[in-house]
Design a protein around this ligand. Structure first.
Ligand code: GRF
Length: 360
C-alpha cells in the first residue's frame, strides 16, 4: 500500500454510518484528538470510548490545527499517517480529519449518540460552543479517565533523555530541610550521581529554601493559595511547570506538607518518592511520630515510598527502624528517625535506576 491508497472518511460517510446504526437502535461514539504518536494511553482510552457504543468515529486534528495547539514542532506524523494508524485499530470504525479549532460543525454534521472526551476535561470545562452543539444533537457526554503517565509529550521526553548519567531530581519541602541537606551532601561528596534541578517550597522563609540558596540550586517559592491545608489548582499547575521546565526525572518529597494532585501525580506517576516518619502502613498522616508515642510503640522508623494519589500508600522502597526510648518526646524521637532518613533517602536515589524505577 502506498500513501496515496489511504483516504480518511468524510463527514457525510460517517453520517450515513450513524443513520444506519440509528435504524438498528445502535449507537455511534464520537471522540477527537491529535493522536500524534500512538501509545498505550491512547489505545486504552479509545477502547474505553468504543465500549460506550457500537461503533466509533475519531475526529483527528489536521496538521495545521495540531501546530496551532501544540507549537511548530508538532505533529511528528502527518495527518494522513495518523489517520491510517488510527484506522488500523480494531476499536476505530472511521476517522475524519478536521481543520477547525473546534469540532462543533462535525458534531452537527455527524450527530453522534455519545461524545467521549479524556479526563483532562470536565463537562463544565468543555468548550461552550461544542457543548451546545452536543446538547442540540442529543449526544450523551462521557468523560473518561486518562491513563496516568502515558502521553506523547512523555514519550518524546523519554527519547531525548540520556540512558545513564546524572539523575535529574527536583526536591519539594516545607520544613527545615535536613533531608534535602543530606541529599545535597551526598551529591557533593560524590556518593550520589544526581543533580538537583529544582527546589520547590510552599514556605517562603523555610530552612528548606535556605539550603537550596546556599547550595546554589534553582529555588522556587510557590504560593500555596488561601487554604492553609490544601494546595490550590494554580499552585499544582505552577509546581508542574517548574518540574517540566527543569526536565525532572524524579520528584523527591522531603517534608513537603501539602498534598500533590494532578497534573504532577498523573505525569510523574512512578517517579515521585516520599519520606515518611513512620513504619508504614502504621501511622499515616501529618502526626506520625506523636502517633507512635501515643500508641505506646516500642519501635518507630521511617519509610521511603512511591507517591500515588492516595496519601502515604504507594509502593514501599525502603524502611528503617529505631527504638522508642523511655522519656522520648516527639521531637527527640523524630530526630532519631531523621538520622535514618538521611541515610536511606540518598541511598534509594543512588539506586533508582538499578531498582528498575521509572525515569521519564
Ligand atoms: C521528615 O521527618 C520526613 O519524614 C517528613 O517530614 C520531615 C522533614 O524533615 N515527611 P526535614 O525538613 O527534611 O528536616
Amino acid at each position: 500500500m502506498t500513501d496515496a491508497d489511504f483516504t480518511p472518511d468524510t463527514a457525510a460517510a460517517v453520517r450515513q454510518l450513524r443513520d444506519e446504526l440509528n435504524a438498528q437502535g445502535k449507537k455511534l461514539v464520537f471522540t477527537n484528538g491529535c493522536f500524534d504518536l500512538l501509545h498505550a494511553g491512547h489505545v486504552r482510552y479509545l477502547a474505553d470510548a468504543r465500549a460506550l457504543g457500537d461503533a466509533m468515529v475519531v475526529a483527528l486534528n489536521s496538521d495545521a490545527s495540531v501546530r496551532a495547539l501544540k507549537g511548530s514542532s508538532r505533529p511528528l506524523n502527518n495527518e494522513n499517517d495518523r489517520a491510517e494508524v488510527l484506522c488500523a485499530l480494531r476499536v476505530v470504525d472511521a476517522v475524519v480529519v478536521f481543520d477547525d479549532e473546534r469540532v462543533t460543525s462535525l458534531i452537527e454534521a455527524i450527530r453522534p449518540h455519545v461524545y467521549a472526551k479524556g479526563g483532562d476535561y470536565t463537562v463544565e470545562s468543555l468548550n461552550a460552543e461544542e457543548r451546545a452543539a452536543l446538547q442540540s444533537v442529543g449526544a450523551e457526554i462521557r468523560i473518561l479517565p486518562l491513563v496516568p503517565g502515558r502521553s506523547t509529550t512523555a514519550t518524546i521526553q523519554k527519547m531525548h533523555a540520556p540512558q545513564g548519567g546524572k539523575l535529574r531530581i527536583a526536591v519539594l519541602g516545607s520544613g527545615v530541610g535536613s533531608n534535602f541537606s543530606a541529599i545535597v551532601d551526598a551529591i557533593q561528596d560524590g556518593k550520589l550521581d544526581a543533580e538537583v534541578v529544582a527546589a520547590i517550597s510552599d514556605q517562603k522563609d523555610s530552612g528548606f529554601l535556605a539550603v537550596a540558596r546556599k547550595a546554589g540550586i534553582p529555588s522556587h517559592f510557590v504560593d500555596p493559595g488561601t487554604n492553609p491545608k490544601k494546595l490550590g489548582e494554580a499552585a499544582q499547575k505552577e509546581i508542574f511547570d517548574h518540574l517540566e521546565r527543569a526536565r525532572t526525572d524524579v520528584v523527591v518529597l522531603a517534608g513537603f506538607m501539602r498534598i500533590l494532585k494532578d497534573p504532577v501525580i498523573r505525569e510523574y506517576s512512578g517517579r515521585i518518592v516520599n519520606v515518611h516518619p513512620s513504619l508504614l502502613p502504621k501511622h499515616k498522616g501529618a502526626h506520625a511520630v506523636q502517633d507512635a508515642l501515643d500508641a505506646g510503640d516500642s519501635e518507630a522508623g521511617c519509610t521511603i515510598h512511591l507517591v500515588t494519589a492516595e496519601i502515604d500508600t504507594g509502593d514501599i522502597l525502603e524502611q528503617g527502624r529505631v527504638p522508642v526510648l523511655p522519656g522520648d518526646t516527639a521531637a527527640v524521637l523524630h530526630d532519631r528517625i531523621k538520622q535514618v532518613e538521611h541515610v536511606l533517602l540518598p541511598q534509594v536515589l543512588k539506586e533508582w535506576r538499578q531498582r528498575g524505577l521509572a525515569v521519564r
